[in-house]
Design a binder for this molecule. Structure first.
Ligand SMILES: [Zn+2]
Length: 248
């Protein structure tokens, strides 16, 4: 029987996964693999007009709609923005997330990304992955899993500060669905983006990045990843779509 994977995509904010790996997640789902999307924070600072409670409720709904379009199971935590720190409590939470979801593959932020929520999620996930399968961590709620998952980092915002990607996923056929998922995060588009970051159009940003990654890898649209460059993340088979365990 063909092996099916479990995939955990873990990010800081409600729309991060839509930016960086939604096309890849859609491809996993199309191939019949199980996909979890974990969002650490409520996105409570992502507004210039709403109260904290209002924007948290809006963004929870937006994330839910996006995950439905992608076909993933959403695990949305309640941390506040900027409250993702490198400490024991947060690390335990990620060890438990990995135990709870038992993934073969983890996609997460690069440890060099621009804001500490992103970089710390990447660091915590990376530092948790290897411990999810060991015994006797007394604070964990879930039992150890059987194997160590492979960690891939997706692009940083703006694609700055990292080594070139070593894996590409052709998302040409999934691009429209990715944009539809991203468009669910209405509260983050238009006026808010321009006031906060001076960026008018993140749809254009996604198009530019995915087209560039596509150009680099010989297809129309692509998403790019770097495997964690430590033992035992490298495998002699392909874990990103198209998943390929045997010779081609
Ligand atoms: Zn973010």
């Amino acid at each position: 029987m063909e092996k099916k994977l479990t995939v955990l995509a873990a990010a800081a904010h409600p729309d991060d996964l839509d930016f960086q790996c939604a096309g890849t997640l859609i491809r996993y789902v199309k191939e019949g693999h199980k996909v979890y999307m974990n969002i650490a924070t409520t996105g409570n600072v992502g507004t210039k007009i709403h109260t904290m409670e209002e924007i948290e409720a809006i963004r929870a709904e937006e994330a839910k709609r996006s995950a439905e379009i992608i076909g993933a199971e959403l695990i949305h935590w309640d941390l506040k923005d900027a409250d993702v720190w490198l400490n024991h409590e947060r690390w335990i939470r990620y060890v438990d997330l990995i135990r709870q979801t038992n993934p073969d593959v983890i996609l997460t932020h690069d440890k060099e990304d621009y804001v500490h929520d992103h970089s710390n999620v990447g660091e915590l996930v990376y530092r948790a992955a290897i411990w999810a399968s060991v015994a006797n961590i007394p604070e964990c709620k879930y039992p150890p899993i059987a194997k160590i998952p492979t960690v891939f980092f997706f692009d940083t915002m703006g694609t700055h500060r990292v080594a070139p990607p070593d894996h590409y996923v052709d998302i040409s056929e999934e691009y429209e669905q990715k944009v539809l998922a991203f468009s669910q995060h209405e509260s983050q588009h238009g006026d808010y983006l321009e006031k906060q970051f001076g960026v008018k159009d993140y749809f254009e940003y996604i198009e530019i990045v995915n087209k560039l990654r596509g150009f680099q890898s010989g297809c129309r649209y692509a998403e790019a990843f770097r495997v964690a460059q430590t033992w035992p993340n490298h495998k002699a088979y392909r874990l990103l779509p198209p998943v390929q365990f045997g010779p081609r």
